[in-house]
Write a protein that binds this ligand. Structure first.
Ligand code: GDP
Length: 590
């Protein structure tokens, strides 16, 4: 029976991830194939129909046909196209910045200032999101769960934050995590507002901080740039209204809208189990209106919303876009960053969850297991050398790309690649700390290394290597791995001589003559002395003569004299064979 052909429809373009899934291949395999074709691709990179066709051809897959599709009805993870009935929604704001620059203080002060009416009085537990009212308009704040987690959400294709407020202490300036936050915000396509904090402090210098920021690509509006910078004191509360004004102004310029007359959808921003309640899940609604009693699916789990509370813990019957809520009713815990959607009934919800589960099981089954991975899994990496790396890249995509490409270096099982950690942003103190004492190389791709960090790394003997071209990075990694291999001794035959006369024998030297039977004989070569097919010693050729005149070499058929060096006395005899060879200690190649 003829197997049915699989048709993959491509409307305009398809991401590497989607194509890999459609082909039933691991992303690594696909990236590998693209790499062979000279395309350095990341998981989220979009390929046009032609490129995808070439790759599918090269892969030699049978039973797969690509088809150009004109209208785009694909289910997409991206924020949906808005209808003309879309309504205004509150901005979703994340506060980021270097440790101790005042993020927590800012959020706390805002919370107290704006909710003094006693509303927030009893909130002591950790909340992942909350809303404030300013000028009678709502603003949703997300408590940043760490940049890594945000990057994970971005990878799911959803845009979570509209605006990132970057907090920089005016007495400390731009620090590594400030740069990380800037990169994150830029990568997430969020609008940036800078809060220059701690202006009440002695030593605070707003102008210098602005100059510092402009060095990092953020040009203050005041200087003709496009980044709003608001000097504040999070502690005293100075200028916080101005900061909120700016947030709303930015939101207005962005015309943030959402459809409400569609099935509800959004993102999981936190989830945990609670005794007596079961799964407690925090959701951020991004479209539609979420109501109690609805069936929703997130990842491979689903549930009927049993209870829904607003961020203050008050029951809520209905949640509109940009609203964070806490719900119970999920059968199992969904993951942070999972997208949720409403299903029309329980049967549909169950089916969708199952489909998602199968898709992720397939992805796991297709995961590319390298010989190194296998060795590690089997825990028999006894004589395999381990190459530890820590990878930093400018965006998550490049990190993934570097990791995937590194995994594809074939070490024939001799070197195990161990990825200690990966991250987005410049090399930090913590990275160096993690790499210390572990014989680890830090690779930076399109990132830089602050001077103090490179000093610290030099002191701790941690190599940091930064590249802008992936091939160069891979070449270096390969050579590093080759360095780990024990060098091998390589011997190569050069020629053979039959001894026809022995003129002098000292303890460590011999003068003899003979005829070259094959190959050559020249100074510097080593020779095995063979008698009756038995090797009886080893000598080194010191010089060669032909008719008493020094020559460079003798070739097959020629007769000449040799001065030989020995370690121990060897009594050479007529009829012995000298088998010339070279011996080298050679670095093994991968
Ligand atoms: P986070 O690590 O960014 O969350 O920083 P925190 O909010 O914990 O603040 C770190 C320290 O700076 C704390 O001791 C705060 O009291 C202090 N701080 C924060 N904002 C200000 C401010 O505007 N002025 C002054 N003088 N201190 C501040």
């Amino acid at each position: 029976m003829q197997a049915q052909e699989k048709v993959i429809q491509i409307a305009g373009s398809i991401t590497v991830d989607e194509l890999a899934q459609a082909l039933g291949l691991s992303v690594t395999t696909l990236i590998g194939q693209l790499f062979k074709e000279g395309i350095v691709a990341t998981i989220n990179q979009r390929l046009d129909y032609d490129t995808a066709s070439i790759i599918v051809d090269e892969l030699g897959l049978t039973g797969v046909r690509l088809e150009k599709k004109n209208s785009s009805t694909q289910i997409s993870n991206q924020r949906r196209e808005l209808s003309d009935r879309a309504v205004e929604r509150p901005p979703v704001v994340a506060v980021m910045g270097h440790v101790d620059h005042g993020k927590t203080t800012l959020l706390d002060t805002l919370l107290n200032k704006k909710t003094v009416e006693g509303e927030a009085g009893g909130i002591t537990q950790h909340i992942s999101a909350y809303q404030l009212k300013h000028d009678d308009r709502m603003i949703t704040f997300l408590d940043t769960p760490g940049h890594e987690a945000f990057a994970a959400i971005r990878q799911h294709g959803a845009m979570l934050t509209d605006i990132v407020v970057i907090v920089v202490a005016a007495d400390d300036g731009v620090k590594p995590q400030t740069v990380e936050a800037i990169k994150f915000a830029q990568g997430a396509n969020a609008k940036i507002i800078v809060a220059i904090n701690k202006i009440d402090r002695e030593g605070a210098d707003v102008q210098r901080t602005m100059a510092d920021l402009s060095q990092h690509g953020l040009q203050p509006e005041e200087w003709g740039g496009d980044i709003t910078m608001v000097p504040i004191s999070a502690k005293r509360g100075d200028n916080l209204d101005k900061l909120l004004d700016m947030i709303l102004l930015t939101a207005d310029l962005e015309e943030l809208k959402a459809d409400v007359d569609i099935p509800s959808e959004g993102l999981v921003i936190e989830s945990h189990m609670e005794v007596g309640k079961g799964s407690v899940v925090n959701l951020l609604v991004t479209g539609g209106e979420l109501k109690t009693g609805e069936f929703i699916v997130a990842g491979n789990t689903y549930g009927k919303i049993r209870t829904m509370l607003d961020w203050k813990g008050k029951p809520k019957g209905k949640a509109t876009p940009s609203t964070p809520v806490t719900v119970t009713g999920f059968k199992e815990l969904p993951n942070f960053g999972d997208r949720f959607i409403e299903a029309k009934d329980e049967k549909t919800a169950r089916k969708l969850a199952l489909l998602n589960a199968n898709a992720s099981a397939d992805a796991a089954a297709n995961a590319n297991v390298t010989s190194g991975d296998l060795l590690r899994m089997m825990n028999v990496a006894d004589n395999s050398k381990v190459f530890n790396v820590l990878i930093k890249g400018d965006v998550l995509g490049s990190v993934t790309s570097v990791v995937d490409s590194l995994k594809m270096i074939d070490t024939k099982g001799e070197v195990t690649l161990n990825i200690v950690a990966t991250g987005v942003g410049d090399v930090t103190e913590n990275d160096v700390y993690m790499a210390t004492g572990e014989n680890t190389v830090i690779y930076g791709f399109n990132v830089s290394v602050p001077v103090n960090i490179s000093k610290m790394a030099a002191r701790d003997n941690v190599p940091i290597k930064c590249y802008k071209v992936i091939y160069e990075l891979l070449d270096d990694a390969k050579s590093e791995m080759e360095d780990l291999l024990d060098a091998e001794i390589v011997e190569e035959d050069a020629g053979e001589m039959k001894v026809k006369g022995v003129f002098r024998t000292e303890r460590t030297s011999i003068i003899a003559g003979g005829e070259v039977l094959k190959g050559i004989c020249k100074a510097g070569l080593l020779a095995k002395v063979v008698r009756n097919k038995q090797e009886i010693g080893e000598v080194e050729v010191e010089s060669v003569q032909k008719e008493k005149i020094a020559v460079n070499e003798l070739v097959a058929g020629e007769t000449g004299g040799l001065a030989l060096k020995t370690e121990h006395k060897i009594q050479l005899e007529i009829g012995d064979r000298l088998k010339f060879f070279t011996r080298e200690l050679r670095k093994k190649k991968l």
